[in-house]
Design a binder for this molecule. Structure first.
Ligand code: GAP
Length: 440
């Protein structure tokens, strides 16, 4: 993780937030490469939900919502972690994540070693609070959303009616969420401000078994399609005591990140939320959210199957999975083996040297490719250093203009993973790169 964090900074993927002021814990900024990679992830996800199929609609709801939403959703009372403090060194811990029982008088503090020094566990709500308007009193408190899902439930009826949808159908949304996590860390794995990609699929009660399995398998396929290695992905079915307050059933897609005592960690959750959310919003708002089935003349609250993924965690997974080190002739090479469909830059174009008309040809090629692929022109430094920079941002193909180009109108295409090179005629270059980028 240290090596990856350093690479992310060096190559403009992710920077520590507020760095010139010494940083702020668990907050990160995305640089030019990070923004491109994140955008590719989000586009791939939204397309998989709304373009590649015809039963899911997109939505973009506000972060700030009516405070009653969080009473209805159960987050005000249930979205808590148990906290204990060491009375001696004042360190704070999540009681459910400790290797010891903090209520045991012999239990030592993991920080200072003092025995039996813990306070009683108390519930700590993870929602960030702020005030709406100029008056800062209890009646003006609102919350930053801790999940994007609630905005979908509040708009379920709006979307259903305006899109003339019948069950089953889904609503997909990408947006920021905020949680005042007690134990953030592991780079961008757990942060206090993050983005989610959530899809809520509304179904007839009784059909949950089939749809749950369907979405669980679809979501696993998506990560594989993004190039994540299959052997480092697995499912984890939640036991009864692990279930969130809204869930009747939950399966996580886990990735073998490698940090911590258990190297497997949650990447995405697939949840059967039952009729809990729409039922509670109907109860708390007084607005009918029942569905009327014209065919059977039945009226009921739809049941919800949710798929909930983190953008930042997906990005981390993709980077961890792609990070490679190898030694070639005594020299270390670091590269990101990103799938071409997700790589921020698909093609880099270089003149071998800054003379003999090579920069002009390379610039012309760059301009011709730009409308078709994210392309990057570079003529700074030795060719070896230029390749190394592209390897570290995961650019799958580098095109080099050399002395032969003027003679026979060909360039080399260099393959990031194998380091093989092939010569390609200029008039076939765009087509050839297109084949390579879209190949499986
Ligand atoms: N709507 C359901 C929900 O929010 P969750 O399991 O709490 O479920 C879903 O979160 C996903 O959101 C996680 O699998 C993870 O990818 C991402 N996520 C949750 N908390 C996060 C955090 N503090 N930092 C980064 N990503 C987070």
């Amino acid at each position: 993780m240290e090596k990856l964090t350093a690479l992310c900074k060096r190559r403009g993927f992710v920077f520590p937030s507020s760095e010139i002021y010494g940083g702020i814990n668990a907050c990160w900024d995305y640089g030019p490469m990070g923004v491109r990679l994140k955008s590719n992830i989000k586009t791939a996800w939204m397309n998989s939900m709304t373009l590649d199929r015809d039963d899911v609609e997109p939505l973009d709801a506000a972060v700030l919502m009516h405070p009653r939403v969080w009473e209805a959703s159960g987050h005000l009372t249930e979205f808590t972690d148990p906290l204990v403090d060491c009375k001696h060194c004042k360190a704070r811990f999540r009681a459910d994540e400790m290797d010891i029982d903090p209520t045991d008088p012999e239990a030592p503090c993991p920080r200072c070693g003092t025995k039996g020094s813990f306070t009683e566990p108390r519930r700590f709500n993870l929602m960030f609070k702020t005030f709406m308007g100029p008056v800062e009193d209890a009646s003006h408190v609102i919350y930053l959303r801790p999940e994007t899902a609630q905005g979908i439930y509040l708009n379920y009826e709006n979307v259903r009616v305006t899109s003339r949808r019948k069950l089953p159908f889904g609503i997909a949304q990408i947006g920021k969420a905020f949680r005042n996590e007690i134990t953030p860390g592991n780079f961008i794995f757990r942060t206090r401000e993050f983005e989610q990609m959530e899809m809520q699929f509304f179904i007839r009660p009784g059909e949950e078994g089939r749809w749950f399995d369907y979405w669980r398998d679809e979501r696993m396929r998506w990560y594989q399609w993004m190039g994540v290695r299959n052997e480092r992905l697995r499912f984890h079915e939640h036991a009864e005591h692990e279930l969130a307050h809204y869930a009747q059933r939950a399966v996580d897609i886990e990735y073998e990140f490698g940090f911590g005592t258990d190297p497997w960690h949650e990447l995405e959750g697939i949840h059967d939320r039952g009729t809990f959310d729409l039922g509670r919003h109907q109860e708390y708002s007084g607005k009918k959210l029942e569905y009327f089935d014209e065919a059977t003349k039945e009226r009921f609250i739809p049941r919800i199957i949710e798929t909930s993924a983190g953008v930042d965690r997906t990005l981390l997974t993709i980077l961890v999975d792609a990070y490679r080190e190898e030694e070639i002739k005594g020299e270390k090479r670091v590269f990101l083996g990103l799938h071409p469909r997700i790589a921020p830059i698909k093609v880099a174009v270089f003149p071998l040297v800054k003379k003999d008309g090579m920069p002009e040809i390379a610039r012309r090629i760059t301009a011709e490719l730009r409308p078709h692929f994210p392309v990057f022109y570079d003529m700074g430094g030795s060719i070896g250093r230029r390749y190394a920079r592209q390897d570290e941002v995961g650019t799958p193909f580098c095109v080099t203009v050399d002395g032969q180009t003027n003679e026979d109108q060909t360039v080399t295409i260099r393959f990031r993973d194998t380091l093989e090179q092939e010569r390609c005629a200029l008039d076939r270059l765009r087509e050839r790169l297109g084949e390579l980028i879209t190949a499986d």
